[in-house]
Design a protein around this ligand. Structure first.
Ligand SMILES: NC(=O)c1ccc[n+]([C@@H]2O[C@H](COP(=O)([O-])OP(=O)(O)OC[C@H]3O[C@@H](n4cnc5c(N)ncnc54)[C@H](O)[C@@H]3O)[C@@H](O)[C@H]2O)c1
Length: 214
């Protein structure tokens, strides 16, 4: 692992820490212990201390962590100050819901352009976001310096779209379709599968008993 690299599991927890610290700060709290953090974010305190240790000694023994300093520190790592413009392709049931959900309230990303083939919504504004024709995809991605795209089209259209996105310079795809996308090595795909999540939850509920103290 390179010196500046952190484990993927730690990286995934950073936005959770950041959001909670922001909440604490907004409510006027100035310091927090790893045990309090553990209670709130539901990771154990040892995990939290190990995560934080990747960034050097951020806390003081017996004092805990300075909420503002820690939040600013993670904010910088997460690049909260730079607003990331994201494209959404496929403004149907799911796409609409994601447009209505304001990512920007809890992250540094916002959907700045949506795309669809449906003439009825092309050139309209949905939840404050302009909907463009698919012919405009490459131009808008370039003009808005978009590097991340959310894919909510029918799965039959997803691979061709992924090819276009990769060619247009998109580096990350949040894929909501059930199709597993083929992309060049420099493009990262994050699959979101709600059915899978629900199945996993059902499996745990039905097959795994929780420890007595939970
Ligand atoms: N991951 C999940 O948890 C989850 C949940 C629900 C739906 N889905 C998937 O999300 C996708 C969308 O589902 P939905 O219910 O919103 O469908 P939908 O039919 O309501 O919406 C699809 C939209 O894509 C547009 N579209 C069709 N072909 C296109 C193309 N070639 N280029 C651009 N836009 C195109 C349509 O006009 C429509 O607006 C599907 O692949 C579905 O399987 C995933």
């Amino acid at each position: 692992m390179a010196e500046h690299e952190i484990p993927r599991a730690t990286a995934k927890r950073l936005p959770i820490y950041y959001r909670y610290l922001k909440l604490l700060l907004d409510s006027g709290k100035t310091r927090v212990s790893s045990n309090e953090l553990a209670e709130a974010v539901k990771f154990d305190a040892a995990t939290i201390r190990r995560d934080f240790s990747y960034f050097g000694a951020l806390g003081k023994r017996g004092y805990g962590y300075d909420v503002e300093a820690l939040m600013n520190f993670f904010g910088e790592i997460l690049d909260q100050d730079t607003l990331e413009s994201v494209a959404l392709i496929g403004v149907g049931n799911l796409g609409q819901a994601l447009l209505n959900f304001n990512f920007h309230q809890s992250s540094n990303a916002r959907i700045s352009a949506a795309f669809d083939v449906n003439e009825d919504i092309i050139n309209s504004i949905q939840a404050g976001v302009p909907v463009y024709a698919m012919d405009d995809l490459e131009d808008q991605i370039a003009a808005q310096r978009i590097e991340v795209a959310i894919v909510t089209v029918p799965s039959a259209a997803a691979q061709e779209l992924a090819d276009r996105l990769a060619k247009a310079g998109v580096r990350g795809i949040l894929n909501f379709t059930p199709l597993r996308l083929d992309v060049p090595a420099d493009v990262r795909v994050q699959n979101v599968d709600l059915t899978n999540e629900l199945q996993t939850l059902l499996y745990f509920i039905n097959n795994v008993s929780l420890p007595a103290d939970k």
